[in-house]
Ligand binder design. Structure first.
Ligand code: IPM
Ligand code: MG
Length: 350
């Protein structure tokens, strides 16, 4: 099985190194091939997504991705900025289904900004559409209108795009608590009106799953008021971007959460949901657990190694139980460690 490993920028290389350590320890026959992406891609070949990196990703069975982005590249034209690498990979590989689980590990309840009783036992899955919406809709640009500049983007969804992400959500719900909440802004947006109609029609094929609808502003509020009311949330690209960051903080740290971005056949890109954190890059303090858990998701969803995935997840749980903590998840009486020591602790637990 071929895995394209794309560490990227900032803390990307540090956290990916820990995940690779864990993967190698499992003794599976994985061919791990690294390539530059994001700012690192720009440095190597003036392109955030160098053609060779894209080719490697296309040929692989799965992609393990670190993070991209650095303020150094903010002044470049948009097409050269690091973020274009991840957007390009999603689009080029047809990775339309983004799964972002937000679970609270029992040991980290006190690391959440919310009261323990609000988050204890939380287990949400956000299913975010990833290749459509205002992110990719045309036309977009900045134009001259009546003597001043005007910026514009286009929110659009086709029925087929809505239907296939709805199915992913309903299928996922069947393996969980069988509830899907579809999030939109149907009181204002035409795109959302269609979204709601198509999701509702698709739900008829899943009589065992309960469907509800919620406006995105209300959802943002409900996520901090009573997050445990949710099982699976399905939503578009832009709303999902925002709500998944919000949901991550319910769990104590954005440094804990893995994600999968899947195509129609189960090939996927796996990445922590946090970014490149340039402020702490190179200091050896970043939390590698989201990346290690992303590697576990990769084994489960794309490489048919559910047992190995379970081993990694159990090892992470054991390490947390033992009170080993990176700086982002401080809890009383914990042993504070850096990135490498955290990786070593997971290896030892394996
Ligand atoms: C994410 C990120 C990306 C997004 C950025 C880096 C383009 O915020 O994966 O959530 O907006 O999708
Ligand atoms: Mg985001």
């Amino acid at each position: 099985m071929k895995v394209a490993v794309l560490p990227g920028d900032g803390i990307g290389p540090e956290i990916i190194a820990q995940a690779l350590k864990v993967l190698r320890k499992l003794g599976l026959s994985l061919e791990l091939q690294e390539a530059p992406v994001g700012g690192a891609g720009y440095e190597s070949s003036s392109d955030p997504l160098p053609p060779a990196t894209l080719a490697l990703a296309k040929a692989a069975d799965a992609i393990l991705f670190g993070a991209v982005g650095d303020a150094r590249y903010d002044k470049l034209p948009r097409a050269k900025r690091p973020e274009q690498a991840i957007l390009g990979l999603r689009k080029e590989l047809g990775l339309f289904a983004n799964l972002r689980p937000a679970q609270v590990h029992p040991e980290l309840v006190s690391a959440s900004a919310l009261k323990a009783e609000v988050v204890a036992g939380l287990d949400i899955l956000i299913v975010r559409e990833l290749t459509g919406d205002i992110y990719f809709g045309e036309p977009k640009g900045i134009r001259e209108t009546d003597g001043e500049r005007e910026g514009f983007d286009t929110m659009r969804y086709r029925e087929g795009e809505i239907r296939r992400i709805a199915r992913v959500a309903f299928d996922a719900a069947r393996k969980r608590s069988k509830r899907v909440c579809s999030v939109d802004k149907a009181n204002v947006l035409e795109t959302s009106q269609l979204w709601r109609e198509v999701v509702t029609a698709e739900a008829a094929k899943y009589p065992d799953v309960e469907l509800s609808h919620m406006y995105v502003d209300n959802c943002a509020m409900q996520l901090v008021r009573n997050p445990k009311q949710f099982d699976v949330i399905v939503t578009g690209n832009l709303f999902g971007d925002i709500l998944s960051d919000e949901a991550s903080m319910l769990t104590g740290s954005i440094g804990m959460l893995p994600s999968a971005s899947l195509d129609a056949r189960g090939k996927g890109l796996y990445e922590p949901i946090h970014g490149s954190a340039p402020d702490i890059a190179g200091r050896g303090v970043a939390n590698p657990l989201a990346t290690i858990l992303s590697a576990a998701m990769m084994l489960r969803y794309s490489l048919g190694e559910a047992q190995a995935a379970g081993r990694i997840e159990a090892a992470v749980a054991k390490v947390l139980k033992a009170g080993v903590r990176t700086a982002d998840i401080p809890t009383a009486g914990a042993r504070k460690v850096g990135t490498q020591e955290m990786g070593d602790a997971v290896l030892a637990a394996l």
